[in-house]
Design a protein around this ligand. Structure first.
Ligand SMILES: Nc1ncnc2c1ncn2[C@@H]1O[C@H](COP(=O)(O)OP(=O)(O)OP(=O)(O)O)[C@@H](O)[C@H]1O
Length: 581
């Protein structure tokens, strides 16, 4: 069942390449025909020479033998080229599909899998599959074809020889098959250990500054050592198993050759076969041992490929739990946002948000307050449908978000957070997210609107300047500049709902003041949610919601809460004033 599934998976990627597969099959059939047919020419040559046939016919046979040998070499080269090409085409498509699949998987999946581990899956595993597509098609199939043809010819020449060699070949194939699953499992474990190591290295690389400053280098080196050791042990165990297997199969091959020679010698002495057939048996036994040896040697690669294939299929089998909706025609302009009795938990037994009900009319701004960990960011994530609510409904523009196409929904919401993700790409691409339709003039205008005019003027290659973490190859950015770029992104995206999550936390007071006007412009004609710790940030909010441990403890219009001396907002303002004093 699993094997059929695996086969159909491989066939799915080979099907679009059918002309190349057909060409390769034709080349292989020709090559096998020559390999099996050529010894027959030499057998005729020997038998003709011993029976005193004319020299001219011997010359013709010798020339034919030589010509066939050369042709076979040519076919081998062309087959190698075609099969490598096939391997590249198929694995590149698989890489694309796998990367796209991973990007669409839930955030909970990405939280559970380190970036390095995913690189191992989408690149290294797929690379080892290129062996499957090229090596398997070229060597294994050809070897099996040679095996079948040789046995058929041997049966034709002398049935006892054919029978003996068939039993021997079956024994070899049985040994290969019976050890297959065990070695495949060993290679799978080895690869998982390597993926864990790569995952750790990925995390270490991105957090090197924090590791240094927090003095956690010794701890991480210890972890690295443990993971490295585990990767080595698993790899070594898989290799040791393969080595034992290879020694066993070598012995099996030598035994088979000796048996074939003895049988051919006995049949020749009995006068059952000619000298030419003895030559044929000797050549075919060697010819037979080559494909068997190839199958056994390559089976290791195939086992690795099979283990990779299994992991790739496992990854493909993980479905995104957030299904796409069908509707995409949301009303234009500012959109309303409604949360009705929304509850959500990252872990089933720890509720993160409980029965949240909010109603933000188009163009209104909600200020969201609450202690650290009270669930403010989670609320924004639910609006984006990065996670699915456990109960309740969220509506945008009057439509439940589950019914909307994810792309249509997310395109209408812009968000600026404390953690700005920048790409190793040009300033333009970082701002437009690779959207080429946005004109440069508009980008420059937005940059000046968010206070980055001087910064833009100083760029060595204007919008083509590459953003990087090192200044040797491009420009580096301070956390505050990165946050301003994030504001510019939202301006360019022109969304209907804007969420600011502690968005100005990394800016100095002067820049924040400058940006204040920009933010005011940003909210014109848009619905807004401002998530903030500092009370000053929510001055422009129409409504205020206060969260505590996932529950909404206060929600009303701002002026109502300000007028109520018992409101939590007033309490917070009072505490804030006392702290300032
Ligand atoms: N990806 C996640 N997986 C599991 N738990 C999470 C995840 N993200 C947040 N949490 C938990 O959910 C709770 C709410 O987190 P959230 O980030 O929404 O709080 P917040 O109010 O935005 O906090 P802050 O003000 O510090 O940004 C916290 O207890 C947090 O530990």
């Amino acid at each position: 069942m699993v094997r059929m599934h695996t086969l159909s998976f491989v066939v799915r990627y080979l099907r679009p390449q059918w002309p190349t597969v057909a060409l390769l099959a034709a080349l292989l059939v020709c090559s096998v025909g020559i390999q099996v047919g050529n010894p027959e020419i030499l057998r005729s040559f020997i038998d003709s020479a011993t029976s005193g046939r004319s020299l001219s016919s011997l010359w013709i046979m010798a020339a034919l033998f030589l010509g066939m040998g050369l042709l076979n070499q040519g076919l081998t080269v062309v087959s190698a080229y075609v099969s490598s090409n096939l391997a590249w085409q198929t694995t590149n498509q698989m890489r694309l599909d796998l990367t796209s699949h991973c990007i669409h998987l839930d955030l909970s999946f990405h939280a559970a899998h380190a970036a390095g581990e995913l690189i191992e899956r989408t690149d290294e595993d797929v690379s080892s599959l290129s062996n499957l597509f090229s090596l398997f098609t070229l060597q294994i199939i050809m070897s099996l074809l040679v095996l079948i043809c040789v046995l058929a010819v041997l049966f034709h020449e002398e049935w006892r020889l054919g029978l003996a060699m068939s039993i021997y070949a079956s024994l070899c194939l049985f040994v290969i098959q019976s050890t297959r699953n065990t070695t495949s499992l060993a290679w799978k474990k080895a690869s998982q250990a390597k993926a864990n190591l790569h995952g750790f290295i990925g995390e270490y690389g991105s957090g090197v500054a924090d590791l240094r400053t927090s003095g956690a280098i010794a701890y991480s080196m210890r972890l690295f050592y443990d993971l490295r050791r585990m990767a080595f042990l698993k790899d070594w165990s898989a290799r040791r198993f393969s080595l034992w297997l290879s020694c066993g199969t070598d012995l099996l091959l030598i035994g088979g050759s000796v048996g074939a020679f003895l049988l051919a010698a006995a049949l020749f002495q009995m006068g059952t076969i000619t000298l030419g057939v003895v030559y044929l048996v000797v050549t075919y036994t060697q010819l037979l041992s080559t494909p068997l040896q190839t199958i056994m040697e390559q089976i290791d690669d195939l086992r690795q490929a099979r283990a990779s294939l299994e992991r790739i299929q496992e990854l493909f089998a993980i479905p995104p739990t957030i299904g796409d909706g069908l509707e995409h025609d949301l009303p234009g302009g500012a959109l309303s946002v409604q949360f009705t009795d929304v509850s959500f938990a990252y872990h089933p037994d720890v509720p993160t948000l409980q029965q949240i009900t909010l109603d933000i009319k188009p163009g209104e701004i909600l200020g969201l307050l609450g202690q650290t960990g009270s669930g403010k960011t989670t609320l924004a994530r639910l609006l984006f449908r990065l996670y699915e609510v456990d109960s309740g409904t969220i509506c945008v523009g009057g439509r439940p978000i589950q019914t909307l196409q994810l792309a249509a929904l997310r395109q209408r919401i812009g968000m600026v957070t404390q953690d700005v993700q920048l790409f190793h790409a040009s300033v333009r691409d970082n701002l437009t997210f690779f959207e080429t339709a946005i004109p440069d003039e508009q980008i420059v205008h937005v940059l000046s609107e968010v206070g980055l005019a001087d910064w833009y003027e100083a760029l060595p290659h204007g919008l083509d300047t590459v953003v990087t973490t090192t200044t040797s190859t491009g420009i580096g950015l301070s956390a505050g500049e990165a946050q301003l770029l994030a504001f510019a992104r939202v301006f360019l995206q022109n969304p209907s709902i804007v969420i600011l999550d502690e968005a100005s936390s990394r800016l100095d007071p002067a820049t924040e003041l400058f940006l204040d006007t920009a933010i005011k412009n940003l909210f014109v004609g848009r619905t807004g949610i401002i998530i903030a710790h500092r009370l000053a940030t929510i001055n422009r909010a129409d409504k205020i919601a206060i969260l505590r441990q996932g529950q909404m403890v206060e929600y009303d219009r701002r002026e109502n809460l300000l007028q109520d001396p018992t409101s939590q907002l007033n309490g917070l303002l009072q505490t804030g004033r006392q702290e300032q004093e």
